[in-house]
Design a protein around this ligand. Structure first.
Ligand code: PXG
Length: 302
């Protein structure tokens, strides 16, 4: 049976899940999305992902045509119909069908899509050896142009950075803000470690407020580590004790080199390893159950 995709209130087989070429999501990248993980029959931080989707939509004056309860159910039902217990969920809301002009007032109802599928992971050995990164010339969007806090369908900025990564033979890269501060990867947040403290860029400098980032900050505080949001430069990455990236797809992944400079000992450090482990335990413990559990066994939502 082919994958069942939620499209505007109905589930349709993947090959028939089509949107119009007049959809402003297609014509202009006019819309918002979320990438969500399911682990062990539970959707991790579903509420936080939906909250971020509604915030992104609000920022671009896009009305999500479903209430949060109905959208939650659409996500869970898409998982059930695809027998998804572990995998990746893509939620997309675009401006809908319009004409060839830019004016969003000419668009029909927004298009809502939920896809539940397998996940493409980084190779396991990268978690053991750590990533080698470089910084790229393509700057992250200026927050007063397209704010990176909006998880919009317009990822061209990040795709250009990814192309630089591909051309240079790197699996991921670090992007800088227009002012030259380190902000994030193309699809991950960045942390540096100094002693027993984590430092990660603050939202206002122009980052996506990652759900994984927030979870890792909480875990770190629970482990007695310092956690600080502050701007930093490439120099701070090169001279950090440790560095790692966080994201729904990547989880917590060590970084051992940046721009040819070896970070710390050149192997994943103790703080990073502890957080990787704590995060793996967290995702298996928490989440919104995909199936109702008759026993009501203590499955925390979140
Ligand atoms: N920054 C950016 C720019 C992102 O797109 C993150 C940080 C991490 O956020 P979460 O909430 O996932 O912890 C993201 C999310 C991919 C892919 O295929 C990754 C994202 C989005 C779409 C695709 O790697 N990243």
């Amino acid at each position: 049976m082919s994958n069942q995709v939620y499209l505007n209130g109905q589930w349709v087989p993947a090959p028939e899940a089509r949107v119009s070429v007049f959809d402003h999501g297609y014509l202009y990248g006019d819309g918002v999305f979320e990438g969500i993980r399911a682990y062990n029959g539970r959707v991790f931080r579903l509420q936080e992902h939906l909250d971020r989707l509604y915030r992104s939509a609000r920022a671009i004056l896009l009305r999500v045509p479903l209430e949060p309860g109905a959208l939650t159910e659409a996500v869970l039902e898409t998982c059930r119909r695809n027998r998804l217990e572990d995998g990746y969920i893509r939620l997309v809301v675009s401006r809908g069908n319009g004409d060839l002009g830019l004016d969003p007032r000419r668009c029909g109802p927004p298009t809502v899509v939920v896809i539940a599928d397998r996940i493409q992971l980084y190779p396991a050995e990268l978690y053991a050896t750590g990533l080698r990164l470089m910084t790229v010339a393509t700057r992250r969007n200026h927050p007063e142009a397209l704010n990176p806090r909006v998880k919009s369908l317009n990822y061209l900025n990040n795709i250009l950075a990814k192309i630089e990564a591909n051309l240079a033979g790197y699996p991921e890269v670090l992007m800088l803000s227009h002012e030259g501060y380190v902000v994030e990867g193309t699809g991950d947040n960045v942390f540096i470690v100094r002693g027993r403290a984590l430092i990660t860029p603050p939202p206002h400098v122009g980052i996506l407020e990652g759900i994984t980032r927030a979870a890792v900050m909480d875990l770190a505080r629970g482990m007695g580590l310092g956690v600080r949001e502050a701007v930093f430069t490439r120099h701070d990455v090169w001279t950090a004790d440790e560095c790692f990236l966080t994201g729904t797809a990547a989880e917590v992944i060590p970084v051992v080199e940046c721009d040819g400079r070896v970070i710390g000992e050149g192997t994943p450090g103790p703080v990073t390893l502890a957080l990787m482990q704590a995060y793996r335990e967290l995702v298996r413990r928490e989440g919104t159950p995909i199936h109702e559990r008759a026993t009501g066994a203590a499955a925390a939502t979140g």
